[in-house]
Design a protein around this ligand. Structure first.
Ligand SMILES: CC(C)(COP(=O)(O)OP(=O)(O)OC[C@H]1O[C@@H](n2cnc3c(N)ncnc32)[C@H](O)[C@@H]1OP(=O)(O)O)[C@@H](O)C(=O)NCCC(=O)NCCS
Length: 155
């Protein structure tokens, strides 16, 4: 019966996920990880990874972390700016997005500084020590980056 219902509209209308020959393609969640180095520092300063590339809507999710020894020195902001510039320069992705806990102040500040758009609030989505906190979804579109981060574009 449900198979019959499925014929009533196209799968593409019901999902934003990739569809090939009328079938959903499972997400490729294997991350691609980049290590970042900073001037004058002889160990890895930060990590940026992206995953769940969706070729249909040209989006990917990303995450980031700065070596705990080098936080609060602007490295995170610089790294994410460089990474997203590089991704837009070398792929056909149109949108990069990430999810962060509302209580993660450094992460929220970093994204807002880079003019990411807060797309939504996932209410009481993040469990920590038995309490539920909100998560935020942030994104940036290719056309927005061109206006905001010209100076951080890689050579
Ligand atoms: C989030 C993270 C990458 C930020 O890296 P960072 O190199 O410290 O970031 P920056 O130095 O560029 O700072 C970004 C902003 O956050 C602020 N900030 C950084 N650490 C802070 C802290 N502990 N408390 C309050 N503000 C903080 C900075 O002041 C800056 O804001 P400002 O320019 O308005 O002053 C780093 O804290 C981290 O690796 N955290 C653990 C992993 C994580 O949470 N990743 C995000 C998951 S989505």
């Amino acid at each position: 019966m449900f198979a019959e219902w499925n014929q009533s509209c196209r799968l593409e209308e019901r999902t934003c996920r990739p569809v090939v020959n009328g079938k959903r393609i499972p997400p490729d969640i294997a991350p691609i990880t980049w290590a970042f180095f900073a001037d004058g520092v002889d160990e890895i300063a930060g990590r940026f990874h992206y995953f769940d590339v969706n070729p249909r809507n040209q989006s990917a999710e990303f995450g980031y972390m700065v070596n705990p020894k080098f936080r609060q020195q602007g490295i995170g902001t610089k790294m994410v700016a460089l990474a997203i510039n590089n991704l837009f320069a070398t792929t056909d992705l149109n949108k990069l997005y990430c999810q962060t806990a509302a209580f993660n102040i450094p992460s929220v500040k970093l994204l807002e500084k880079l003019k990411f758009h807060r797309d939504g609030v996932l209410r009481e989505h993040h469990e920590l020590d038995g309490k539920l906190y909100d998560d935020y979804l942030y994104s940036i579109l290719r056309r927005e980056l061109r206006c905001t981060h010209k100076s951080s574009q890689p050579p």
